[in-house]
Each structure stands twice: as structure tokens, then as C-alpha cells.
Ligand binder design. Structure first.
Ligand SMILES: Nc1ncnc2c1ncn2[C@@H]1O[C@H](COP(=O)(O)OP(=O)(O)O)[C@@H](O)[C@H]1O
Ligand SMILES: [Mg+2]
Length: 321
């Protein structure tokens, strides 16, 4: 058995004329968090549905928790938890009752189901809410209850499809804490998100999908490094035009002035920074601060998704060999 909790090779899936997935491959090490990042319609939910055995791929293979999604679907289902984009709780039951029922459906037996419900309500800060009807829950409480529900049977691998979409910032950061706690317990997580900061915050690796294709992947740091080179940014004590021009000239043809700062590409990172510091000492201009700036994940994302052109549907002829 490989040590990947999720491994997918060349998944493809169409719905009529829509090529939802063209070619998606993933390798997610056990115990890590992978963010599948992409805008609406990129193919995230389709990937999750295939990996959780809810949908068959037209092409490709995948193994989840060591079992094949096609020939060993039951084995896979026993080992995974899923939180979908839409909640599935019974509004007219309490949170505790919902969790207990899900436990019973998972063949845990009455006593164990009750005990798991208690534990999970505690873990997700829903002890009081557990006695309330779900219809009275806030959006954030519902998402945390969904998350709790997906953990009833102690899954090895957890799929979270846009776990924080639509939540306010406070509820969102509560979800982040909940997800981090899970990971600390060793659960492998595949989460989908449209939010770069979320991927950056939670994920060990990020796979960027666009129009059913993987367009970039790596650690948040690798992604940033592969797209944009860092810049060195020199900030002066004040916006003295003569001094700014002097610095810009010293930093070379690609340097630009922004406010009281001058930035220039720093292809060699720290080495470039050291050179600039030496240059500045010679210039004798009053400097407030000098540093390296890395591109944000937002910049990375627009760079990779623009690279492959417009957003019309991918024709099969464009599929890379
Ligand atoms: N059951 C379906 N029938 C028809 N089209 C679908 C179906 N599911 C997804 N699609 C289409 O496939 C593409 C990818 O969808 P999806 O995987 O849900 O994207 P995401 O989750 O990234 O927003 C979209 O164009 C969507 O409209
Ligand atoms: Mg989706």
C-alpha cells in the first residue's frame, strides 16, 4: 500500500458537453491537508464526488485510504467522512439527536453513538447547542455540526467541500480552528476552497484546478516561488523625489517607485537583498526600511489561471497528452 491517503490518476468526467474534469491527478500523503483550489465551476465538487464514490469517473483511477474507488467502494466508504456544500441535517431534531442518528446509520450502536455525539459536540464547542433544534442554529453552528457529523465514525480521510463558503469572518476562523484540531489528530483532509487565504492558512499542499485541469500544485511557498520572484522593497524616510529617483536608478531598469518606496525584482532573493543594502550604504539616502516581498497567493492564482487563457469550456482537442 502506498503512503498516500488519496491518490488519483488522470480523473476525467463529462456531463454531456461539459467537461467538468479533463485530467486531474493528486497524491496526498496520509496525515496532511490538501486544498483543492479553484473558482466556481472549476471541477472541485466533481473531484470530491468521484473520490467519495458518489460518482463514477469516465476515465482514470483513484485509491482512497488504500482502496480502489471503483472495485472497493464499500471499503472506501467505511474509511471516509464527507461534508458537502449543502447541509443535510434534520432541522426538526436537536444537534445531539442528529449526530446520534448518523452514528446509528454508521452501525455504531446506541451507546457508542450517544457517546460519540457527546464527544464531538464538545470538540466543536456545541455542547449547549446540542440540545437546540438545528433550525435555530446559525450558519457557523450548522457547519460545525456538519463537520462533527462527518467525524462520527472516526474516518481516516475527510473530504470538506467548501467548508467555509458563506460564513462570516468569525464563523470562518472558528471553522479553521476546528479543521486544524482535526489535522492534529492525524486525519487526512482534502478540502476544496475558492479562498486563497484559506488554502494558505490550512493546507500543506495546494492543487489549483481550472476548467477541469490541474494548473499548478505545490506547497504554498513553492507556488509563490514558482510564479513570482520576490522583490526587494526599499522604503525611504520620506517621499523625497530626488532621493527616490536616485534609489530607482541605483536599483536598475526594472525598478519602480510606489509612494515612498522603490521596488525591484530580486531574482536571487537574499543575495539580491544584500547587494541592494550595500548599494544603499553608498548612496547615503535616509532609509526607513529594506526588505524582501513575496507575491501573495492571490497573485499566484491569477497568474496560473490567466496563463491558460480565457474561460471558455475546454475542448477535448486541448487536452494535454
Ligand atoms: N450533475 C451535473 N450535470 C451537469 N453539469 C454538471 C454537473 N455537475 C457539475 N457540472 C458542471 O461541471 C463543471 C464543474 O462543476 P463542479 O465540479 O461542481 O465545480 P466546482 O465545485 O469547482 O464549483 C461546472 O461547469 C458544472 O456546471
Ligand atoms: Mg463545488
Amino acid at each position: 500500500m502506498s503512503n498516500f491517503a488519496i491518490s488519483a490518476q488522470h480523473l476525467a468526467r463529462s456531463f454531456g458537453e461539459t467537461h467538468a474534469l479533463v485530467d486531474v491527478s493528486l497524491d496526498i500523503p496520509a496525515g496532511s491537508v490538501c486544498a483543492l483550489l479553484g473558482r466556481n465551476g472549476a471541477g472541485k465538487t466533481t473531484t470530491v464526488r468521484i473520490l467519495t464514490t458518489l460518482l463514477d469517473p469516465d476515465d482514470g483511477h483513484a485509491q482512497v485510504a488504500g482502496f480502489d474507488i471503483a472495485s472497493q467502494a464499500d471499503r472506501v466508504r467505511e474509511r471516509i467522512g464527507v461534508t458537502g456544500q449543502t447541509a443535510t441535517m434534520d432541522e426538526l431534531l436537536t444537534g445531539h439527536e442528529n449526530l446520534e442518528i448518523i452514528g446509528r446509520f454508521s452501525h455504531l450502536g446506541a451507546a457508542v453513538s450517544r457517546q460519540r455525539a457527546d464527544e464531538l459536540l464538545q470538540q466543536f464547542d456545541l455542547v449547549d447547542a446540542g440540545r437546540m433544534l438545528v433550525k435555530k442554529y446559525s450558519g457557523g453552528m450548522r457547519r460545525r455540526l456538519d463537520l462533527a457529523a462527518s467525524l462520527i465514525a472516526n474516518p481516516e480521510v475527510l473530504f470538506l467541500d467548501e467548508p467555509t463558503t458563506g460564513l462570516d469572518p468569525v464563523a470562518r476562523s472558528e471553522m479553521w480552528v476546528a479543521i486544524r484540531n482535526l489535522v492534529a489528530r492525524g486525519t487526512t483532509v482534502l478540502l476544496t476552497t475558492q479562498y486563497l487565504d484559506e488554502a494558505d492558512q490550512l493546507a500543506d499542499t495546494i492543487v489549483v484546478v481550472d476548467r477541469g485541469l490541474v494548473v499548478a500544485e505545490g506547497t504554498p511557498e513553492q507556488l509563490k516561488a514558482s510564479i513570482g520572484r520576490p522583490s526587494v522593497v526599499v522604503t525611504l524616510v520620506d517621499a523625497d523625489p530626488a532621493a527616490l529617483l536616485k534609489v530607482r536608478t541605483a536599483l536598475g531598469a526594472d525598478a519602480v517607485i510606489r509612494g515612498r518606496s522603490v521596488s525591484a525584482p530580486a531574482a536571487d532573493g537574499l543575495e539580491s537583498l544584500a547587494k541592494v543594502v550595500t548599494l544603499l550604504e553608498e548612496l547615503g539616502v535616509p532609509i526607513h526600511e529594506v526588505g524582501l516581498e513575496h507575491p501573495s497567493l492571490d497573485e499566484v492564482f491569477s497568474a496560473v489561471t490567466h496563463r491558460i487563457g480565457d474561460h471558455s469550456p475546454v475542448a477535448p482537442a486541448e487536452i494535454p497528452a
